[in-house]
Design a protein around this ligand. Sequence first.
Ligand SMILES: Cc1cc2nc3c(=O)[nH]c(=O)nc-3n(C[C@H](O)[C@H](O)[C@H](O)COP(=O)(O)OP(=O)(O)OC[C@H]3O[C@@H](n4cnc5c(N)ncnc54)[C@H](O)[C@@H]3O)c2cc1C
Length: 349
Amino acid sequence: MPVEEKYDLIIVGAGVAGVFTGYFAVEKGLKTLILEKNTSPDGATPRSGGVVTRMMDNPLDSELAAESIKIIRDVLGNNKEIIRDGYISIEDMDDAERDLEKFRSLIPDIEILDAAEVRSRWSYIKLYHDEVGLYSPSDLTLNPFKLLVYMWDRLRDMDVDLRLGEKVERLIIEDDMVHGVETHDNTRYYSDKVVLTSGPWNREILRLHGISLNVWLIGVPIFKFKVDVKDMIGVWDENIYSYWRPDNGYWIGGVYDSFPIDKADNGFRKPDKEAMKRILEGFRYRFEFNQWKLIDSWSGPISISHDYKPICREIKGVRNLYVVDGLGGRGLMRGPALAKMLIERITTQ
Ligand SMILES: Cc1cc2nc3c(=O)[nH]c(=O)nc-3n(C[C@H](O)[C@H](O)[C@H](O)COP(=O)(O)OP(=O)(O)OC[C@H]3O[C@@H](n4cnc5c(N)ncnc54)[C@H](O)[C@@H]3O)c2cc1C
């Protein structure tokens, strides 16, 4: 017999958006159920680069990243297993001076380091011509797989009902209002409020109910190098658009590269030879290590809204059904802040 249970809030998907939505929901005293179809972290989040910087190309994303950094530090404290402090953007001097002005109020500790200073601190970074480093000691990179493992444990400790291996097949919608969800084995869970945080899978769930979400899906490749340096810092390369995160002797990074996909599951394929060539060029251009080796590569699906802005709202025409989506390649920077905003909105309505 299917079980029937009632919650204040049901969250579908336990990636970065889902775990922080759950965290803030419980803080507000909501009896919360999170349903996650996998039994270990396996969506876009654990496949991501792990960069969380406020040095973004638009003010909204910089503000969201600032709030997300605050949240991550509040929730995880000084967890050195997961978080690494500091991020540097390698740019031409003119651009760095302009960006310094742009970010100074949001990132009080931001500074320009000249090439000699960058080399003296991080000897594996190569700089050319009039390049300098725009450095923030308080931006961060994190290990996104470990972040989810930590958050799943933390949510359980907070009495969130986190159920793994439970795939939501459909929503229960009646009279233009959501009433709960139904899982793969026909179990029904009831709540008057449901948040979809299934990342690139949101679109498929909504489509079943004739609801369209204006997002594109793409697959994004990423690469893992073993290097002979341990104490490293996250790097953004403004000149060839590559990003890098250190992970205890590993160097994980990507160039801005993608392939179109029609459904999220197709975003998991191995990067092709061309992508491999581009990352090796980017790596060799920017770094010099005594010893290094490309040891792994993978891809992950991401969804991007048609206006590139994140989606965090009630679904039109279905009361109390909310969605967080369109996080693009910025979900760690956007997700925690949006989760907090959404729960504020839901609980003050
Ligand atoms: C290669 C790569 C590099 C990236 N680098 C960065 C970066 O450096 N910084 C950054 O900020 N962002 C980065 N991103 C983007 C970031 O990973 C995403 O924006 C973010 O992870 C999306 O989070 P999410 O919670 O919306 O989705 P997801 O993490 O995909 O979470 C959705 C969850 O829902 C579950 N789910 C799906 N369908 C169902 C269902 N029917 N029932 C139950 N559960 C379901 C999935 O299993 C998954 O766990 C990168 C992405 C990729 C692919």
